[in-house]
Design a binder for this molecule. Structure first.
Ligand code: BGC
Length: 254
């Protein structure tokens, strides 16, 4: 049994290829265990995903609070989109599903919102917490989180803004870079154009660039030229897990 500590909460991040989880120390925003990863089941139906979350929690014999981040719009615990996950999620009461599978009350939020909360509380993004901050995660899709004076505007979905006739995430996500074999320069130019458009719409003080590519920031940051500050996410692939745990600790309505 994992040692009990008030500041320890379990975070889970449901991604397109892996479901990750671990125990987070909220005093410092760091995992105190390894970040355990189980491949995302195919198809990733609510039932199959919930089963994996149970395995993750059991792996650490954890019986305390749990937060889950999923790649969909989550309004008051209910799923309202399913762009990069099985369509069976549409309309699913995610809070009910995970709470039943884990046998305890669980809080659920969007994955990019979770990453943003983690960066804002524990990363460099906190330097801009009194202004407007936009976090973007570049992965299979593009996730977004908007903060105004530290308050989250949930479920912003800027990856689905229409851009060049398609959803922005079909033009500038990290997956597009790989699928279309774009050079860092060519992809960086796309991201720059996208950021320029977001800057015009929202006038943020800072963009936080997250997702797996944040580790390769030196490859494409030279091509990004907004007047807003651009910073690489600090928590890299841990942000979703840490943010989900942080959110679970807030309590209140799902
Ligand atoms: C989804 C978002 C999610 C993002 C990153 C998008 O396709 O619509 O809800 O945050 O992918 O996973």
């Amino acid at each position: 049994m994992a040692k009990k500590n008030e500041s320890h909460v379990f975070g889970i991040d449901v991604g397109g290829s892996g479901i990750k989880g671990g125990i987070v120390d909220l005093e410092v925003g760091e995992l105190i265990t390894d970040r355990h990863r189980i491949p995302t089941p195919k198809p990733a139906t609510p039932k199959a995903v919930a089963k994996v979350t149970r395995r993750l929690v059991d792996h650490f014999s954890w019986d305390g609070a749990v937060g889950v981040a999923i790649p969909t719009i989550v309004r008051h615990g209910v799923v309202h989109s399913a762009a990069n996950i099985d369509k069976a999620w549409m309309g699913e009461d995610a809070v009910k599903r995970f709470s039943k599978a884990l046998d305890r009350p669980v809080r659920v939020l969007n994955d990019a919102d979770a990453a943003g909360l983690a960066e804002l509380h524990y990363g460099h993004a906190k330097d801009y917490a009194d202004g407007v901050v936009i976090l973007l995660t570049f992965g299979t899709g593009i996730g977004s989180a908007i903060f105004v004076e530290g308050e989250l505007l949930p479920n912003s979905e800027l990856g689905h803004l229409e851009f060049h006739g398609v959803d922005a995430e079909h033009w500038a996500s990290a997956r597009v870079r790989e699928d279309e074999k774009l050079s860092w320069k060519a992809w960086g130019a796309r991201v720059n154009e996208y950021l320029a458009h977001l800057e015009f719409l929202f006038s943020p003080d800072a963009f936080i660039i997250g997702g797996g590519v944040s580790r390769r920031s030196e490859q494409f940051f030279p091509y990004l030229k907004t007047s807003a500050h651009i910073i690489a996410a600090d928590l890299e692939n841990r942000a979703g897990v840490v943010g989900a745990a942080w959110y679970a600790a807030q309590g209140g309505a799902p």
